[in-house]
Design a protein around this ligand. Structure first.
Ligand SMILES: [Zn+2]
Ligand SMILES: [Zn+2]
Ligand SMILES: [Zn+2]
Length: 403
């Protein structure tokens, strides 16, 4: 199937595949090796086969970038050690089953409805249990807490803390100062939550601005559970904060996100130099994230463009017969659906200008180039990509054809 590759494109794609190769994907489906044919990383060109194990099918998969590892993270969830319904080991099992790379059990420090049944004066307990249960896995478990206050400041997560206990203070400003002093990464939770903002509009009060000013607030959830907020995204852009998306799960992720039916929890994709907690924290502070929520990718241009392009490479099949119809394929190895709009003057033989690429599938496009060309420039607006409220990225692909 690779014989029709043109050389420059083949080299480019081989490079993309080599850079984006992750053992995790191949481990899901050994058959992809047999389909790999001439080049060793051919597996990524074939979506993993659909087996009977739904948990494996639904693993979160995104390629690495040429200059960074792509680390899927969920920094907001609860267990019975605050108001969640599961023991910490279940959070670990869920994450491992779903292919998540990094989690933090962020119990409410100030809200402890189960404390009569499960007394735990040491507020690090959920983290310690989760960490221990993840010891034989690749999952990174990060210490974190939810500072749970009235608005302002509302709810705030501090992750990469060293000790949860001293963050439980009388004055909320002291809690932030303590967490910041521990070197934590601190972000606003669900600023659009209707219990604290009746109009559902995320906004910052003077206290938040003071915290940002003092470097004690670094990020903001633009996605929490099932909710996305354009206003939270705008706040992040206005105040130069890291974009965060989390599950805030209290029950089971399978039920919450209908994972057996193709759903997924919101994740923050962190682009880190290496796959380690230290590098993940550094990347968070440097705002190197893209949020994946339903089929939306939300991020700054510098990270959004490369992850979209790496997630949806194009390969040239060639002109059909002696026609001027060019056949190309968009190869989607991720579990996300892409919605694209053609922004070139070419029209397609089968599709309209807006079309979808389904999860784990290869989409054939028949491009009417009017004459047989050696090079073709395609360009798509990614309607499921968000750079800012109402702003979608446009990505070009330069294709080179052999004669
Ligand atoms: Zn809660
Ligand atoms: Zn909360
Ligand atoms: Zn929460």
């Amino acid at each position: 199937m690779n014989s029709r590759f043109t050389l420059p494109l083949y080299s480019l794609l081989a490079l993309v595949f080599a850079l984006s190769y992750q053992p995790k994907l191949v481990a899901q489906d050994q058959h992809t090796h047999e389909n790999g044919q001439e080049h060793s990383h051919g597996s990524i060109t074939e979506p993993p086969a659909h087996g009977h194990n739904h948990a494996v099918e639904q693993k979160v998969y995104f390629p690495d970038l040429p200059n960074a590892k792509t680390i899927s993270c969920d920094f907001h969830m609860h267990t019975v050690f605050s108001d969640g319904s599961v023991w910490p080991d279940i959070r670990v099992s869920e994450a491992v089953r779903e292919g998540i790379d990094c989690i933090s059990t962020t119990e409410h420090l100030e809200y402890q409805p189960h404390s009569e049944d499960i007394p735990h004066p040491d507020r690090n307990r959920a983290f310690e249990l989760a960490k221990r249960s993840a010891r034989n896995t690749d999952l990174m478990v990060i210490a974190g807490s939810e500072i749970t206050r009235q608005m302002p400041p509302g709810h705030t997560n501090a992750v990469f803390i060293t000790d949860a206990n001293p963050i439980l203070t009388e004055d909320p400003m002291d809690a932030f100062a303590e967490a910041a002093g521990q070197g934590a990464f601190i972000f606003t939770n669900h600023p659009q939550w209707t219990a604290q903002r009746k109009d559902g509009i995320a906004r910052y009060d003077p206290m938040h601005l003071e915290l940002i000013e003092k470097n004690m607030l670094h990020g903001i959830e633009i996605v929490n559970e099932h909710s996305y907020s354009d206003e939270a995204l705008q706040l992040a852009l206005d105040h130069n904060l890291t974009l965060i998306g989390t599950s805030d799960v209290h029950g089971l992720t399978d039920w919450m996100y209908e994972i057996p039916h193709g759903g997924h929890r919101p994740v923050t994709l962190v682009f880190a130099e290496v796959r380690s907690p230290e590098a993940t924290k550094e990347a968070l502070h440097n705002r190197q994230t893209v949020v994946w929520f339903n089929d939306l990718f939300i991020g700054r241009e510098q990270w959004l463009m490369p992850i979209l392009k790496a997630s949806l490479p194009i390969r040239v099949i060639g002109y059909q017969g002696d026609s001027q119809i060019l056949e190309v394929e968009l190869v989607n190895a991720t579990h996300s659906r892409f919605t694209l709009r053609n922004t070139t003057e070419y029209t397609f033989h089968e599709d309209a200008s807006v079309f979808m690429v389904e999860p784990q599938s290869t989409k054939t496009l028949l491009v009417k180039t009017l004459e047989r060309l050696d090079t073709v420039e395609l360009e798509f607006e990614f309607l499921n990509g968000i750079l800012a409220p109402n702003e979608h990225p446009t990505i070009g692909y330069s294709l080179t054809l052999e004669n």
